[in-house]
Design a protein around this ligand. Structure first.
Ligand code: SF4
Length: 456
């Protein structure tokens, strides 16, 4: 083990941070880092330079559990003083982590900034004179400065049989709408050009508080996703920034959100983009999965959304090889994918997660069949995606530049969420700046990405 750092009394105590998991976990990390900096702690980029290390874990699937346990082990080996937070920390009330790594100092669940700070205080006292004014108004962000995740709620009221998130994060708790809009405005004032709205179930925002009336800029506003989307769209237009919705279940009121989407991306506002995790198309499998939202007429809904917003980008994820899935039910899913012609699709072969109700279902599908189905679905989707991208060749599109390297840049259109969708490879990009919008002319495409020149 590396000897502990010897720090001069005048230096700020240093906290190392390892952040694993999904965008929701990332937001938790940002909140903890913001609080640490607000209290005057320094953030150490290395284990050796840290007085204590916080590891934010993920426990969604078995591979994530293994990665999280490895990260804790590495932090213990390299530093020795480790506080664990995040989804894996909630498992068995913290005992799961303690059993694997008895030397950890403290274990908390997700969304526990207060508990993590208490653990930090217990093992690394707060500096006497916090440099509060050193914290930028938007807080500490782990994403590039020009885009930021905006978490609107925590937890979930559903009990999908393949998922253990509700047992780790609890039931839905919606943030006050005024707090969310104030955070969005702070981020936009600080230069953020794209807000990514995340939660476990974005459409359900406000259900837990019965859509109670909150306040924003002195005016009453309902705690409801349609009102929130409209207010964020207005903020986006004021600041010339994009707003993108993730994890939107196809409840009927989503039909009221689609008309709020902008058809002029240069003006900012709510993007014509919906990330809707359908997971399957067979009513029997969806019932076994206990998925929210009725599966009937989903295709009609997709067509209706497109008739209102012809340029809407639809993204979804599917699970194949769920226990009991027959060849015919898989074919039903494949037929849906072919008919819906979604823009972006992620597909997972079902994998049992410890503690998930689906593990008790009969009819486990052999691994080879799961993999074969996954490959067939992805091959089908690759053709659809390639055709939809090919239709953009020759068009001029607005992009947000993510990074620049010499005369080449990586950028995204309104159809591309960071990290999960495709990108635009821009040539002759001299002088372009990360975080700025640009107009490009699409010159070619492949199955996932576009290639473009900067338009004059
Ligand atoms: S909606 Fe289902 S999959 Fe999503 S977090 Fe809730 S229980 Fe899990």
């Amino acid at each position: 083990m590396t000897p502990p750092l010897i720090r001069r009394p005048t230096e700020a105590p240093r906290v190392g941070f390892v952040s694993l998991g999904c965008p929701k976990a990332l937001v938790d990390s940002e909140q903890i880092l913001t609080q640490l900096r607000a209290e005057g702690y320094a953030i150490s980029p290395s284990y050796q330079g840290a007085d204590v290390v916080v590891v934010n874990t993920c426990g969604f699937i078995d591979a994530a559990v293994a990665e999280s346990l490895d990260a804790i082990g590495e932090a213990l080996h390299e530093n020795g003083k480790v506080i664990v937070t995040g989804c894996l920390g909630a498992k068995e009330g913290g005992e799961f982590v303690r059993h694997a790594h008895p030397r950890v100092l403290a274990v908390t669940g997700p969304h526990a900034t207060h508990e993590v700070m208490s653990a930090v205080h217990a093992h690394l006292p707060k500096p006497h004179d916090p440099f509060v004014d050193l914290v930028p108004p938007q807080g500490i962000k782990l994403t590039p400065r020009h885009y930021a995740y905006l978490k609107i709620s925590e937890g979930c009221n559903h009990r999908c049989t393949f998922c253990i998130i509700p047992s780790m994060r609890g039931d839905l708790v919606s943030r006050p709408i005024g707090d969310i809009l104030a955070e969005a405005e702070r981020l936009l004032h600080a230069g953020v050009r794209e807000l990514l709205v995340v939660s476990q179930d974005t459409s359900a925002y406000g259900v837990d508080v019965r859509y109670r009336t909150g306040f924003w800029e002195g005016r009453p506003i309902k705690t409801r996703i349609v009102e929130l989307a409209a207010a964020l769209a207005a903020l986006g237009r004021t600041h010339g920034a994009w707003v993108r919705l993730h994890y939107v279940y196809p409840y009927p009121h989503v039909d009221d959100i689609v008309p709020l989407m902008t058809s002029d991306s240069t003006a900012g506002g709510l993007l014509p983009y919906l990330d809707v995790p359908f997971q399957h198309a067979s009513p029997r499998i969806l019932k076994l999965m206990k998925r929210p939202a009725a599966p009937e007429k989903v295709l009609d809904r997709v067509r209706a959304w497109r008739s209102v917003q012809p340029d809407i980008t639809l993204r979804s994820t599917f699970i194949v090889g769920f226990p009991g899935e027959t060849d015919a039910e898989f074919d039903e899913l494949l037929a849906f994918v072919e008919a819906a012609r979604l823009d972006r699709v992620g597909c997972f072969a079902y994998s049992a997660v410890e503690g998930a109700a689906a593990n008790a279902l009969p009819g486990a599908v052999p691994e080879s069949v799961k993999e074969e189905r996954r490959e067939r679905l992805m091959a089908t989707q690759a053709k659809i995606s390639a055709a939809r991208l090919r239709a953009k060749v020759g068009r001029e599109l607005d992009v947000l530049i993510d990074s620049v390297d010499g005369d080449r840049a990586m950028a995204r259109t309104t159809a591309d969420a960071p990290e999960i969708d495709g990108v635009v490879h821009v040539s002759n990009a001299e002088g372009a700046q990360a975080g700025a919008f640009a107009r490009v002319r699409v010159t070619s495409s492949d199955a996932h990405d576009l290639h473009a020149d900067r338009a004059a």
